[in-house]
Design a protein around this ligand. Structure first.
Ligand code: PSU
Ligand code: MN
Length: 309
């Protein structure tokens, strides 16, 4: 096979029990070691506690993995020079024997290939501020428009131009569903000032919409925006000036392309003295739990490929 299935995921496919995909750029580029490892382990446990199986997706020494063992997770989290693998990079990393974390776009491609319908992340990439000059728009948005996976996020990272990101998603025909709220959340905070295009409060209905899209043959996925829990949020008032400062630092250092998102996340971690990291961990866990609940109601998980052992 093009990819290696982890033992636990293989078992879940055989038993036709729900599986949730997890990205790994958040491990390799989103958080420092060892917080990244602790987060990855906790998120996997959260999914198991909800009765689903986690499948962390990554490329290790050129091999594509769907589901990592704890030793593999540990080695990815502590790897010194991992790549960031989006749609453009996956095949090249496999060709050249590299190791890297898959972005939202990269993870969606592999999840769909493996027959996994639901995927949990922190925040998606989107339209960067100043994109009218830099043209920096994440490949995540195009992927949502073409690959049939339901992606559970806490919205788009507040470092982005959130209104432009959601305008573009609308243009691309990607349904944006806010879970249990009337406003699009902004990753570390619950509010962005933007009205929710749609709201659903029941994971079963989110799964039903996914199932109906499949029967209609509609390409592309659904984006679920799940607000960070109240007790973990950092208010917009505190964050806005710090984000502005981080963006000025990035401009000053001429940070461009793939480096932008990791640079800004790191700068904000320093400017909030670690608070953004705590919030980031909490929101990913919150998303994983919701993703597991949705996955339980996906009727078509029996479309996963037959596993022969
Ligand atoms: N969410 C996080 N931390 C991250 C990311 C998301 O909390 O590091 C990653 C995701 O993998 C997302 C990527 O797909 O950042 C977006 O990068 P870019 O803007 O370069 O497409
Ligand atoms: Mn970019």
């Amino acid at each position: 096979m093009t990819y290696i299935l982890g033992a636990e995921v293989k078992e879940a496919f055989k038993n036709k029990t729900p599986v949730v995909a997890l990205e790994s750029t958040i491990i390799t580029h989103g958080m420092p070691y060892p917080d990244n490892l602790a987060m990855a382990q906790m998120v996997e446990t959260d999914i198991r506690n909800e009765g689903a199986t986690p499948a962390t997706i990554a490329v290790l020494n050129g091999q594509l993995h769907v589901g990592l063992s704890s030793a593999q997770l540990e080695s990815l989290a502590s790897f010194a020079t991992p790549l960031k693998l989006s749609r453009a990079d996956l095949a090249l990393a496999m060709t050249c024997g590299h190791t890297g974390g898959t972005t939202v776009a990269g993870t969606m491609i592999v999840a769909a290939l493996a027959g996994i319908h639901v995927f949990a992340t922190g925040g998606i990439g989107g339209v960067h501020r100043g994109a009218e000059l830099s043209f920096d728009v994440s490949a995540d948005l195009q992927e949502l428009a073409q690959t049939p996976v339901t992606v559970v996020s806490a919205g788009a990272k507040a470092i982005l131009d959130i209104p432009k990101t959601f305008e573009l998603l609308e243009t691309l025909g990607v349904p944006v569903i806010v879970f249990g709220g009337d406003e699009i959340p902004a990753f570390w905070s619950r509010s962005s000032g933007l009205k929710a295009p749609t709201r659903l409060d029941n994971p079963e209905l989110i799964a039903k919409a996914h199932n109906i899209r499949a029967t209609l043959g509609i390409s592309g996925g659904q984006l679920i925006a799940n607000p960070i829990p109240k007790e973990d949020e950092i208010s917009k008032e505190i964050l806005t000036p710090l984000i502005d400062k981080a963006i000025r630092q990035a401009e000053h250092k001429h940070i461009i392309a793939k480096e932008v998102t990791p640079f800004l996340l790191k700068a904000i971690l320093e400017l909030t003295r670690g608070k953004s990291l705590t919030a980031n961990k909490a929101l990913v866990r919150n998303n994983a739990k919701l993703a597991a609940k949705i996955a339980t109601h996906i009727e078509i998980f029996n479309t996963q490929p037959q596993i022969h052992s």
